[in-house]
Design a protein around this ligand. Structure first.
Ligand code: HEM
Length: 500
């Protein structure tokens, strides 16, 4: 029997090799690079360091090419002038959701009957915009104060040390969780706020254990020990976020109410609802903390930039209608009038936001590029844009692209700079941390408001410094999707205290 299994496996492998090796480039298709390892193709190099691999491929083939990655053919487009042909293409041709559904099932064990991503999007979109956005922003302000200032006060006078990534991720995720999933009681009391702090800390610490294992989980390379850990951690999160536990929470966002109703209307079981709510915690809260980590780090490493942000904030607060001591929330007007902080955030995202923008090719189609060329794409392949390389790190667009230059997105008159050029032509998509087109991030206004609120609170109320100001900025690790983050043991130590 073992021999039969072995022979079967060998036969399957051989068939696989024959199938994947048969593909050749057809006229009109992008250059094809299958790499030297059958079936795997370039999977190892891609997984290790996508940015270096894609740079090498770009030098070899130009700004469009097809590579074999773990049995899939992926066409990579790196010309930002042509990105609109992809991001505005109809879903019936280039589908955003197929890969998201695959990740949802593989990583979060979520299977939804009669699931329609476009119905879900139509339903959820209004809960992140306009009046609902204002409600989210106001709640976020209060919750940031509860966790950030409350934790620091609870810990007592004097300096506290922790890692900068832990600091940023912890406070933003906890406040974001309370904002979207609700708080212990309304009106808040000192006791209910202490409970909010403890409960949200439990959610964060459990979530973070899963977050650290996600790259391995996505690649399917968990060890036996990791698998046990993942199922324990998921079990705890499902309990914490179960509809029954959430039912008693106060001040739940319209986002949560709408999402729960949507799941119930689909007939999703309570257990599956809890899994979907954990997935949503990751999707909505997984990026703000890491983005803020880099923003704070660049500011702490560049005193001139930090001084410019401080000066802008102090000017705004001086001209605000209310004195700072009486402010219970940062007015939206203040958040909207901080072009220096906006520029710092855009610059920090330019250097660190590295999402893969992927679409499934649903039908054979012709992809027109901005320079007049046209390429055939095959149904069943995947299309990938990687704006991190171009436009974001493109030396033709940005001088010294590796350098953090806090005023890069400011005009001489202090307004936002929006004109950037490549090959003498003005670019529409010159910085893409939020994606672009039909599937551009729906939470970006909420995320931008939250990050700015957090920065304003830190600047107003805390003294915060690097423990080793002379230490180098840590290596950017792109094996994690999204933002290149280090493992916790390489986090950047900081110390902070509530200003006396
Ligand atoms: C710094 C924080 C964030 C970053 C950098 C970020 C980035 C992105 C990117 C790049 C995409 C587009 C992916 C693609 O086109 O393939 C996206 C989509 C999306 N984001 Fe965000 N995001 C952030 C925060 C949030 C938050 C806070 C929410 C909600 C509360 C959110 C909700 C969404 C949704 C719903 C989509 C999918 C849109 C669709 O289905 O068309 N994001 N995000």
């Amino acid at each position: 029997m073992p021999w039969a299994v072995l022979l079967g496996l060998l036969a399957a492998l051989l068939l696989l090799l024959l199938l994947t090796r048969r593909r050749t480039r057809r006229p009109g298709e992008p250059p094809l690079d299958r790499g030297s390892i059958p079936w795997l193709g370039h999977a190892l190099e891609f997984g290790r360091d996508a940015a270096s691999f894609l740079t090498r491929m770009k030098e070899k083939h130009g700004d469009i090419f097809t590579v074999l990655v773990g049995g899939r053919y992926v066409t990579v487009l790196l010309d930002p002038h042509s990105y609109d042909s992809v991001v505005w293409e109809a879903r019936t041709k280039l589908d955003f959701h197929a890969y998201a559904i695959f990740l949802m099932e593989r990583i979060f064990d979520v299977q939804l009957p009669h699931y329609s991503p476009s119905d879900e999007k139509a339903r959820m979109k209004p809960t992140l915009l306009h009046r609902d956005l204002q409600a989210l922003t106001e709640a976020m302000d209060t919750n940031l104060r509860t966790v950030l200032l409350g934790d620091a006060t609870e810990a007592g006078d004097g300096w506290h040390e922790m890692g900068l990534l832990d600091f940023s991720y912890n406070f933003l995720l906890r406040a974001g969780y309370l904002t979207q999933y609700g708080v212990e009681a309304l009106p808040r009391t000192p006791q209910s706020q202490a409970q909010d702090r403890a409960h949200s800390a439990d959610v964060f610490h459990t979530f973070r254990q899963l977050d650290l294992l996600l790259p391995k989980l996505a690649r399917g390379s968990l060890s036996v020990g990791d698998k046990d850990r993942v199922s324990r951690v998921k079990g705890h999160l499902w309990k914490l976020l179960s509809p029954t536990n959430l039912a008693t929470r106060a001040h739940r966002s319209t986002w949560l109410e709408s999402y729960l109703l949507h799941l119930q209307e689909m007939g999703v079981s309570e257990e599956m609802q809890a899994r979907a709510l954990v997935l949503q915690l990751w999707a909505t809260q997984g990026n703000m903390g890491p983005a803020t980590f880099w923003l704070l780090l660049f500011l702490l490493k560049q005193p001139e930039a930090l001084a410019a942000v401080r000066e802008e904030l102090e000017g705004m607060l001086r001209s605000a209608e209310q004195p700072v001591s009486q402010m219970t929330a940062i007015p939206q007007k203040v958040l909207d009038s901080m072009p220096v902080l906006d520029s710092v955030l855009s610059e920090s995202l330019r250097l660190t936001a590295a999402p893969f923008i992927t679409r499934e090719v649903v039908v054979d189609l012709a992809l027109p590029l901005a320079d007049g060329r046209e390429f055939s794409l095959r149904r069943g392949d995947r299309l990938l844009l990687f704006p991190f390389l171009s436009p974001q790190k493109d030396p033709d667009i940005y001088t010294d692209p590796e350098k953090f230059q806090y005023d890069r997105f400011l005009n001489a008159d202090g307004t936002e700079k929006k004109d950037f050029y490549k090959d003498g032509k003005r670019l529409k998509n010159y910085n893409m941390p939020w994606g672009a087109g039909l599937n551009q991030c729906l939470g970006r206004s909420y995320a931008i408001n939250s990050i700015k609120q957090f920065m304003v609170l830190v600047l107003m109320h805390l003294d915060l410094e690097l423990v080793s100001p002379e230490a180098e900025i840590p290596e950017f690790d792109l094996s994690r999707y999204g933002f290149g983050l280090m493992q916790p043991e390489h986090d950047v130590p900081i110390r902070y205290r509530v200003r006396p």
